[in-house]
Design a binder for this molecule. Structure first.
Ligand SMILES: [Ca+2]
Ligand SMILES: [Ca+2]
Length: 388
């Protein structure tokens, strides 16, 4: 009897071991070497500069991934429910303006007043001022766009956008968060930076191999495009003009968190939203793909995931003028919210004169922060946009 029981136990144990070794999972993890995290030190030292955000309501919608402002100063937010929510210029009266029937993520106005949308489920869309939705791109270089994430329109009309993962599509993976976790866990580099040319209606690939291609921002002088390589904790620069055209290099490396959106700001700044602090387990297992695969066989709730705790923003400032000064090319500073309010995963869109806007990826609000610095600390009304 005892022997039978022992045998049964051994069989169960063997099945468990077999499960952890052989059960099929969607990821095929790739070995890489995560640089040691600097943590929130130096320019990233914790502070409470984001405390006191005012919050604008977006109706019954959630997860405003990005925000944009039209020429009348009205505010638009892309939401989890598929709605583009529109608020009046004073931040009131949210209305469900258009539903893309997908998952709108990055949004930006083009020169003709169309709202260009990187839709995680549908690809690149354009919404006319009357609210008509048109698909601009669903395929690039023969590969379906499975996870359009962020978009930025250049002054010449070209539309730069990211396809976060060609393997783990937002829809096929069961959602944007699920797809991002798979891409980052595998670290297979299925993300790409794309450009849509309205003159030819063609979409082409500029950069490949990104471990979740995320936020996109065209530089102030229109000579390069920044794209966040989330799984590698870095911001990449791809040159679109000048002697380095077609080349790319990392601009900021080894960030202490996962970079999500990036946008242009005032005074030559760029704003990077760090969606979550780095996860020590993910870093420790970077060179152990087999163990990462085993972890994928654990129930979802015990697997590594984004930490919804507090918001961080690094920003970078470029040198002014054409002469590059000696020393680092950029200066970093950051603004945080450390009150533990679970207000996390914040993005920003600073293209307003007088205030900054944030979208909270998992919450139901858009944050509004009066512009501070340079002696302005109490602008409380939203003003007309000035291209920052
Ligand atoms: Ca994003
Ligand atoms: Ca952006």
């Amino acid at each position: 009897m005892l022997r039978k029981g022992l045998l049964g136990l051994l069989v169960i144990l063997a099945l468990i071991v077999l499960y952890f070794i052989a059960w099929p999972v969607p990821v095929e993890p790739v070995a890489w070497k995560a640089p040691p995290s600097p943590g929130y030190t130096g320019a990233f030292a914790r502070n409470d500069l984001l405390k006191g955000l005012e919050f604008l309501k977006i109706g019954a919608n959630h997860g405003p991934e990005d925000v944009a402002v039209d020429d009348q100063g009205r505010i638009y937010a892309s939401t989890h429910e598929g709605f583009i929510v529109r608020l009046q210029a004073d931040g009131t009266k949210p209305e469900n303006w258009v539903n893309t029937k997908g998952r709108p993520l990055g949004i930006d106005f083009d020169g003709s007043g169309n709202l260009i949308v990187a839709d995680g489920f549908r690809g690149l869309l354009s919404i006319s001022p009357e609210g008509k939705v048109v698909e601009l791109a669903t395929v690039a270089d023969g590969i379906p766009i499975r996870y359009a994430d962020d978009v930025d329109c250049a002054a010449d009309g070209k539309i730069y956008f990211s396809d976060a993962s060609t393997k783990f599509g937002a829809k096929e993976s069961g959602g944007t968060m699920e797809g991002s976790l798979l891409e980052i866990m595998e670290h297979g580099g299925h993300g790409r930076l794309l450009v849509y040319d309205p003159a030819t209606r063609q979409t082409s690939t500029l950069l490949r191999g990104l471990a979740f291609a995320n936020g996109v921002a065209v530089s102030h002088d229109q000579t390069y495009v920044l794209v966040n390589d989330t799984g590698n904790y870095r911001v990449m620069r791809y040159w679109i003009a000048g002697p380095s055209k077609g080349k790319s290099e990392p601009l900021i490396e080894n960030l202490p968190g996962f970079p999500d959106n990036i946008s242009t700001g005032l005074d030559g700044r760029y704003w990077v939203a760090l969606i979550s602090p780095r996860n020590p387990l993910v870093d420790d297992l970077s060179e152990k793909p087999f163990l990462r695969k085993m972890i994928q066989r654990l129930p979802a709730f015990v697997r590594p995931k984004a930490t919804s705790y507090w918001a961080h923003h690094g920003h970078r400032r470029e040198w002014q003028g054409s002469e590059r000064p000696a020393g680092p090319e950029y200066r970093l500073s950051s603004k945080h919210q450390c009150d533990g309010n679970q207000r996390s995963l914040v993005h920003r869109e600073p293209r307003l004169s007088g205030c900054r806007l944030f979208g909270e990826v998992q919450g139901g609000i858009v944050g509004h922060r009066p512009f501070y610095g340079r002696g302005q600390n109490k602008v409380n009304t939203l003003r007309r946009p000035g291209k920052g």
